[in-house]
Design a protein around this ligand. Structure first.
Ligand SMILES: [Zn+2]
Length: 673
């Protein structure tokens, strides 16, 4: 299959030519080539940086180039054929990555190269080696035979249990429905959600409305439904999913699954000589130890608690009574609407996408001296997609990106940034980085441009901020360029940093233009919008800290003798930091997929961690003016351009002149002491 467009080694992906049937053959071919090459490399008697590391970096780049268009298309142009092709590829990829990570020969070769050539290599080259060696060890490659086999078995079993956890949550969610026959109960709920429930009732041949427990329905009911009884019913079903309590008690109970997951994670960590799973998880993070994360969270909790108490009193005074867990969202929403008299929907009229993009690109130009230019004539996967080049001050192209801004059927929801082609410079020519930025805004209607909410704008700034990481990197080794190799708790720094610009009056002036009159968002509306940012920030911060501390302690304090003690630890954490006590029957850990099924185990703290980094970095700008070129150049050279080529803390300290501090975030949210 020599004409397989995925196998092209230069240029942009040929999105006009790539078909689902190209995916698996292209991947098989490149993996076959790689395995043959690996066998050669593993058998070298005198491994050197040039004969081992460079080819492996090259192979990494090549594999990403072949497969990134497949991942991308699966996300933005999903079809049965593509999904099948993609799913057929996943086991091939995971087998390849496992073989690579578990190769003792490669591990020893990297170690030998570091020992022999370390003193003659530059800092980035040494980091390539040290990074790889650390990943080898964390994958269990250095274990002796029996322990290695056990480690593998534990990891396999964990991946099975994590998907079982997810299935139980999904099954419990799908299992529950609620039949309403009294229209009065539905007052306040979004019309589209009610309409959907009416359709479901018709399908089932019953009167009235049948509601499911999907997330949009749950959120709509809990924030807007006037009936406290209905809110309570939804809250109970939602917060007891996959547990021993609530309407489906015991039916999809994750309790035993959670206990096993905690036990096996602990065992895996102990096999690698870590004290517990939290220590293992922190081994490649910016945060270095369990006490460091714990202190960080407690510090933030102490600072946020007074604000949270005050916010709770305020919303209870507004409601006129003490609030139950299923009341807080409802009364908070009413209070917010009364206080700020501004809605995301009305902001749309002022935020047409072309204007927002022009303003965003201006921000990038003012900060980093780069300009953004749309280019036509590039093969795209959908007519709505766009392609842009980034030029430096000399007018040279240094990077480019695709933007796919609108929601449409067969496109995954949410927003994300991904590498299309990573930057590469391994002695020869430079391969320029190309990124994908994907959002899900409302498409244009008729002659009207796409109109964004301010939430959409913040998301766009966020993803563009992520994109600057790979696009402005100066690193040439694919394993460390852009976001590759960046500590996982620091990856959100550039994106959350960029969000701050979407809230500046001078930027709001530039990105807003009423789609009829062209007038910018009036100053009074701007102030109202900016004020919404800190609404109930104390309560929200405490909630995040409660989850993060619970996650951390549960993974740090596991002992084979006592087991997980999930609810005991949760109670202690709540006693420690929370101002709100949920009902005794609340079972949210049973459906806390982030840490039991997703990648956030002993990592939930990362949300706040990165937020602190971003706020503290942004504070360096506000001290000097948000567009100060000297500070921006330092942010670029110390953080963005560095990627994973240096420890994230060193990058930050070089930029800020000191370690990160939480005060800037507290000030940003108006909850500073
Ligand atoms: Zn992000």
């Amino acid at each position: 299959m020599s004409d397989n467009p995925l196998l092209a080694t230069t240029g942009l992906p040929r999105f006009d030519a790539i078909r689902p049937e190209h995916a698996e053959p292209a991947l098989r071919q490149v993996l076959d080539e790689h395995r043959a090459r690996l066998t050669e490399i593993e058998s070298l008697n005198e491994p050197t940086f040039a004969t081992v590391v460079l080819p492996l970096e090259e192979m990494r780049h090549r594999l990403a180039r072949v497969f990134s268009p497949v991942v991308h298309l699966n996300g933005v142009m999903n079809s049965d054929a593509l999904r099948a092709a993609y799913n057929a590829c996943l086991p091939l990829l995971s087998a390849y990555h496992t073989d690579l990570a578990q190769s003792e020969k490669l591990y020893r070769a990297y170690q030998r190269i570091l020992d022999r050539e370390g003193s003659t290599l530059d800092a980035t080259q040494r980091e390539v080696l040290e990074h790889a060696l650390r990943d080898f060890r964390l994958a269990g490659v250095a274990l002796d035979g029996e322990r290695k086999a056990r480690f593998k078995a534990v990891m396999m079993e964990l991946s099975r249990l994590c998907s079982k956890f997810e299935e139980n949550v999904l099954d419990a969610t799908n299992d529950w429905s609620h039949h309403v026959t009294d229209a009065a109960q539905l007052r306040g709920i979004n019309a589209a959600i009610v309409e959907q429930a009416a359709d479901r009732a018709r399908e089932r041949g019953v009167d009235g409305w049948v509601f499911g427990l999907d997330q949009p329905t749950y959120v709509a009911v809990i924030t807007d439904c006037e009936s406290a009884d209905l809110r309570r019913a939804f809250y109970e079903a939602w917060s007891t999913r996959a547990s021993d309590r609530g309407p489906a008690a015991g039916k999809f109970d994750n309790g035993p699954v959670m206990e096993q997951i905690l036990q096996l994670r602990h065992e895996a960590a102990r096999l690698l000589n870590f004290g517990n799973f939290a220590e293992y998880a922190l081994a490649d993070r910016m945060a270095k130890s369990v006490p460091e994360v714990s202190d960080f969270l407690h510090r933030l909790a102490r600072a946020a608690r007074a604000a949270a108490r005050h916010e709770l009193e305020e919303v209870e005074a507004f409601a006129g009574h003490q609030l139950e867990a299923w009341d807080l969202g409802y009364y908070s929403e009413r209070l917010q609407q009364q206080r700020f008299a501004i809605s995301q929907e009305e902001l749309r009229d002022y935020l047409p996408l072309p204007r927002v993009l022009a303003g965003l690109f201006e921000v990038a130009e003012k900060l980093y001296g780069v300009t953004v230019h749309e280019r036509a004539g590039v093969a795209l996967w959908h007519p709505d997609a766009r392609y842009y080049e980034i030029h430096n001050a000399q007018g040279e192209t240094i990077a480019s990106f695709f933007l796919d801004a609108y929601a449409r059927p067969h496109k995954r929801s949410g927003a994300w940034m991904d590498d299309c082609i990573g930057r590469k410079q391994l002695g020869g020519d430079v391969t320029l980085p190309v990124a994908y930025l994907v959002c899900n805004s409302l498409p244009p209607q008729g002659l009207r441009p796409a109109l964004l909410t301010h939430d959409d704008v913040v998301t766009l700034f966020h993803e563009f901020g992520h994109g600057l990481h790979p696009m402005l990197t100066r690193v040439g080794y694919p394993s460390l360029a852009g976001i590759s190799g960046v500590a996982w708790d620091a990856v959100e720094l550039p994106s959350q940093f960029m969000e701050n610009y979407a809230w500046l009056p001078e930027v709001l002036d530039r990105i807003s233009a009423h789609h009829d009159s062209g007038a910018p968002l009036p100053a009074e509306k701007q102030q109202q919008l900016i004020a919404t940012r800190s609404f109930q920030a104390g309560l929200q911060t405490l909630r995040q800290i409660e989850l993060a501390l619970f996650d951390l302690r549960m993974h740090a304090e596991y002992t084979p003798a006592l087991g997980g003690r999930v609810y005991q630890i949760l109670d202690e954490v709540r006693h420690d930091v929370s101002v709100l006590k949920p009902p005794e029957w609340n079972r949210f850990p049973h459906n806390f997929g982030h840490i039991f099924a997703g990648g956030y185990a002993a990592g939930y703290y990362s949300y706040k961690w990165a937020e602190v980094l971003a706020a503290d970095a942004f504070a360096a700008f506000t001290e000097q003016g948000p567009f100060n070129r000297t500070v921006a150049e330092r942010f670029l050279s110390s953080i963005l351009a560095r990627g994973g080529s240096r420890d994230a803390l060193t990058n930050f300290v070089e930029f800020r002149g000191r370690k990160p501090e939480v005060e800037a975030l507290l000030r940003l949210y108006g909850i500073a002491a």
